[in-house]
Write a protein that binds this ligand. Structure first.
Ligand code: GLU
Ligand code: ZN
Length: 276
């Protein structure tokens, strides 16, 4: 039997907030899975979130990763790739797979949207009405039309096993934001393909997003990676450990003189106990 190709993994932080323990865990998972298979570990800065993006944080992230004892190859930041997002969106639009949506958040709430896997499920208001060119629009993927083109699809998570694509819990997601030529879903799918990522590693909080990404890979004829959604670190109360809950940023711990390699070792032990 052929041995599997060495994996290409990535850590893809957004520079709109400092890195915390959960990010360190994600980076370590990606780094170690690449290393164990003799593969490559990439760093990609996901900096398209206009006003929220703070360029100085990218440099802080590099210092944080080095402090944890990780080595990586950096690929171009998302802000350099806007043209490829626009081209892919145009191709999907030309095939009638996207429709413009002018709804604001409060309009979506007022329309009685139900909670889904990733916030509210868009109730399809704009799908059934003529576009209003006077209002700024986002572009949503018509999940019904997408499914008609792709047929049923499967993706593989290393921990959870094979998954049948099901967009019902997500609805018609935004692929082009009102203020940007892409959304997270479109940008990350295109970038993982062009960076040659073969094993997408990220926290289990983004598990549902992979249904969208697998759909986009089918629609855009992109290579299909495998996924590894790692369990999230939990605080003592069993709640997801989020930065708002008082966990200090990695940079603060680094600046306070803590040894990042020791911290990385502790996180690796925790990973073992989380069963990844
Ligand atoms: N940029 C995303 C974040 O910071 C990560 C995306 C991903 O790993 O797919 O949450
Ligand atoms: Zn709408």
């Amino acid at each position: 039997m052929d041995s599997p190709a060495p994996p290409v993994t990535r850590f893809a932080p957004s520079p709109n907030g400092r890195l915390h323990l959960g990010h360190a865990l994600s980076a370590i998972v990606a780094h170690d899975l690449a290393g164990a298979g003799g593969g490559r570990f990439l760093l990609r800065i996901e900096d398209i979130d206009g006003p929220r993006s703070r360029p100085e944080l990218a440099e802080e992230f590099r210092r944080d990763l080095a402090w944890l004892g990780l080595k990586w190859e950096e690929v171009p930041a998302q802000s350099t790739r806007l043209g490829s997002y626009a081209a892919a969106a145009e191709a999907l639009r030309a095939r009638g797979l996207l429709y413009p949506c002018t709804c604001t958040r409060s309009e979506i709430e007022a329309a009685g949207a139900l909670p889904g896997l990733e916030g509210l499920i868009y109730p399809g208001t704009c799908k059934h009405r003529p576009p209003d060119p006077a209002r700024p629009s986002a572009w949503r993927l018509d999940a019904e039309k997408a499914l008609a083109e792709t047929g049923s699809l499967v993706w593989e998570d290393a921990l959870a096993g094979p998954q049948q694509v099901d967009l019902a819990g997500l609805g018609d997601v935004v692929l082009v934001r009102k203020d940007l030529p892409a959304s997270y879903h479109l940008a990350v799918t295109l970038d993982d393909a062009s960076d040659g990522v073969t094993l997408v590693t990220r926290g289990a909080d983004l598990f549902a997003a992979s249904h969208v990404h697998r759909t986009l890979q089918a629609l855009l004829a992109l290579p299909v990676p495998r996924w590894h959604h790692h369990p999230l670190l939990l605080g003592p109360d069993g709640e997801k450990l989020a930065k708002r809950r008082g966990s200090p940023a990695l940079a603060e711990r680094r600046e306070a003189g803590e040894d990042g390699r020791v911290l990385a070792g502790q996180l690796r032990m925790q990973l073992l106990s989380l069963g990844t």
